[in-house]
Design a protein around this ligand. Sequence first.
Ligand code: ADP
Length: 482
Amino acid sequence: MSAKPVVFYLATEVVPYAKTGGLADVAGALPIALRQRGVDISVVMPHYPRFTPPEKFGLENTGLSVEVWLGGQKHTGYVLRGDNRGVPVYFIGHTGFFDREQLYGTPEGDYPDNAERFAFFSYAALELAKKLGLRPDVFHLNDWQTSFLPIRLADKPDPYFQNSRKILTIHNLAYQGLFPPEVLPCIGLSYHIFHMEATEYYGKFNTLKGGIVFSDFITTVSPTYAREIQTPEYGHGLDGILRKLGNKIVGILNGLDYEVWNPATDPALFARYTARNVRRGKTLNRKGLLESLKMPDLGLPLAGMVSRLAEQKGIDLVAAALEQAPDLGFQFVILGTGDKKYHDLLGEIARQHPDRVSVTLAFDATLARRIYAASDFFLMPSRFEPCGLGQMIALRYGTLPIVRATGGLKDTVVDVAHPEGYGFVFEPYEAPAFLDTLRRARAFYDQKKALLQAVRRGMKLDFSWDRSARQYEELYRRALKP
Ligand code: ADP
């Protein structure tokens, strides 16, 4: 290994180019922190022309092309290159596969050819390394979409990459990339890797399972989640294999990009602020937000939420709270998009309590920032939460998180019952426990001095990427030991 490990970091969404969730935040920030530490890292992602027009993002055409055979058909991709604050980013394009309205699918469901799309991307990344004359020390993979790479190398070993290590980061074990076994020939894999100790899972081809089995190390995005996924409760059917491979699982907490998330410089806010003038900053942001949402200011604490509307996020508990909004003594501002049943449910509750509950069903980066800034409390009662960025962003914006004790939420939020606390934590996934915690937060809101101290403690926490990047760098070196 060279003094500087050469790393190819594969992700299917990366801030600022394309984002649907936390993976994009991580893939946009971690490589920058690693490069600052001296790791020779490049990012490889698909090129989605509708999200990343080359002119807008200053992407250059490399003139390279990559060829991949899938199901007896040759697919040729183009390669663009960009720069994300000093990190080279290679974009692998293919009009048929990636010039679509969305990244993974529509509200009606996933795109039916997702296996082909992301197998193409993963194999094309191998071709790209060769074209660039690079022999990565490490392929750092993220989630099932890039797990095709280690599966491919296990199925068809390539001497060119015989010394390359594979590290897979699981951002959310619930998404595994399940396909009928007939997909195997269509994605250039043989049935040799389709058995219980490899990619087979109750008769289906499980992409993430293959990634787990064929990678040298598995990381997840918080220490608690690393333990939880080895239990039946949180293992999504893969806890058995994860327990067996327990000694190659490492939990590394995600960081937050403090340049991207900073209330002192955030242009989306109605007023910018720091820990020193947070009270005034919040008052101005509250006024701007409520006016823009056409909501009266009832002088009550504001509880915000910015989230995918999926079962994972505890939307059932939130709905139970919103229904009792008049009794709880909060105004609620919710921004989210996701499952239709939650769109209907939350929309209906907002119509019942227009002065107390505002629901915006959209993905809106500006409104999200305004909610983080204006709110006094931030709701994240997740059923499970691998790491969670929302609570870290909230803290940075002086908003006290109300969370369930699971995964990364447990690792990052300390209850105000402790002298050093800056949030509210509850255990059982039950509406009464959540409502009690909201009442506790409501009472805490009236203790003005304690409240301001907790807010300031939260704003001063350090969840920057540097600490996490150091742990990833150590893991690269560990993986590369002969
Ligand atoms: P997950 O990755 O499971 O969706 P995280 O908390 O790790 O959850 O990250 C979610 C990210 O997406 C945060 O940056 C959050 O602000 C953002 N986000 C989620 N929903 C929306 C939305 N409707 N509009 C704007 N941003 C959103």
